[in-house]
Design a protein around this ligand. Structure first.
Ligand code: PHE
Length: 370
């Protein structure tokens, strides 16, 4: 390894020689450096303030130089210091750039590797059922209507013939938007408890005849359990024309239930009450598990609780009071309306036992519908 010689001869020729040796030494030493710690050893060997080679250069060459050659030696020493600093600087940038180059090399894209496969999404079972129901009614000439999920009291209740303070409002377990007390009642906002307000919005938009099908999300203040959820979905229907009778309602829903649950399903209309329909009915379908017999090989049918019937939706003839809110002439026109729960229908169709499955986003559940 190179050591700095003490000079006896300060002639230009001797100085040239010594300088050349030093230069080639620093060049070859810095060329051999290949990492950070080796570089630090190199730097300290040459440039350490106390006993680095550059400090020795001052002591052995410059201070030792006799008066007449001091100037020449001084210039050479400065030049050599510059070269040494440059070499060591260059060595550092060489190892850092090769380190980052090897990192880039490492990260380079290998186009021959198989790509990342993204799993295909699929329709959520609720959306699928909703589309299926809507499709059945579209085929009968219904058009699709939608409305806001945040509704006014007027659309959610008042125009549907729920008078203020009427006990029927209590059946809806309403979620109210906060801070509405200063507004008149009819302007106060609620999360819609059913899709029925869209009946009013549709009738406000166009005169009869009218047939609309309304898919949508609704909200009620209900504690979640296997059969209840504060968020669920409904599909609403409304038909208004001259000479619409209860027979049309029965025929329409009977057809729809057969389309959804199979041609062998029977329907039954059971008296019920809704403020916006008169008369009102609950529709039941014959149990498709036990064929309406209530028993399977002597055992009680668990699906219909041995009754042979499954309650599925609410419906009725539009109450003339409702027509009054939208300036439809109730002497000339009549209509029917119905509303069904999408979760319930989906659970029945696929044998799902817990409504929460729809909202948990568990891939293992959803995958079964892909
Ligand atoms: N809106 C009613 C409910 O949510 C269902 C319904 C709709 C009943 C249309 C009759 C007519 O319970």
């Amino acid at each position: 390894m190179y050591t700095l010689p003490q000079l006896a001869d300060f002639s230009p020729a001797a100085l040239d020689n010594a300088a050349l040796e030093l230069k080639s030494a620093v060049e070859s030493e810095s060329r051999q450096v290949s990492n950070d710690s080796e570089w630090k050893v190199l730097r300290d060997r040459w440039m350490a303030r106390k006993s680095g080679i550059l400090t020795q250069l001052n002591d052995f060459w410059l201070k030792a130089a006799p008066g007449p050659s001091k100037r020449d030696v001084g210039q050479r020493v400065n030049e050599l210091k510059r070269i040494v600093e440059q070499e060591i600087e260059a060595a550092l940038s060489r190892i850092t750039s090769s380190a980052s180059a090897s990192r880039i090399d490492h990260e380079r894209v290998d186009v021959t590797l198989p790509g990342t496969r993204r799993k295909l999404g699929a329709e959520h079972p609720l959306i699928r059922t909703m589309n299926e129901i809507v499709g059945v009614f579209k085929a009968m000439g219904y058009s699709i209507a939608e409305g806001p999920e945040v509704e006014t009291d007027y659309y959610n209740f008042e125009s549907l013939n729920f008078p203020p303070n009427h006990p029927a409002r209590d059946t809806q377990d309403t979620l109210f938007i906060a801070g509405q007390q200063s507004k008149p009642l009819r302007e106060r906002l609620v999360l819609r408890t059913h899709t029925s307000p869209v009946q009013i919005r549709a009738m406000e938009k166009q005169p009869p005849p009218l047939r609309v099908i309304v898919p949508g999300k609704v909200h009620r203040a209900e504690t979640a359990d296997a059969t209840h959820s504060p968020i669920f979905h409904q599909v609403e229907g409304l038909a208004v024309d001259t000479n619409i009778t209860f027979c049309d309602l029965k025929g329409t829903l009977d057809h729809a239930m057969k389309a959804l649950f199979g041609a062998s399903v029977k329907t039954r209309f059971y008296p019920s009450f809704f403020p916006f329909t008169e008369p009102s009915a609950d529709v039941q379908i014959s149990c498709f598990k036990c064929g309406g017999r209530g028993r399977i090989e002597g055992a009680r049918c668990s699906l219909c609780k041995a009754s042979g019937w499954i309650e599925l939706l609410g419906c009725g003839m539009v109450d003339p009071n409702v027509f009054g809110f939208v300036n439809y002439d109730s002497k000339k026109y009549s209509g029917f309306a119905f509303g069904m729960g999408v979760e319930r229908i989906t659970m029945l169709k696929y044998g799902i036992d817990d409504i929460q499955h729809f909202f948990e986003g568990d891939i293992r559940f959803l995958q079964q519908f892909a």
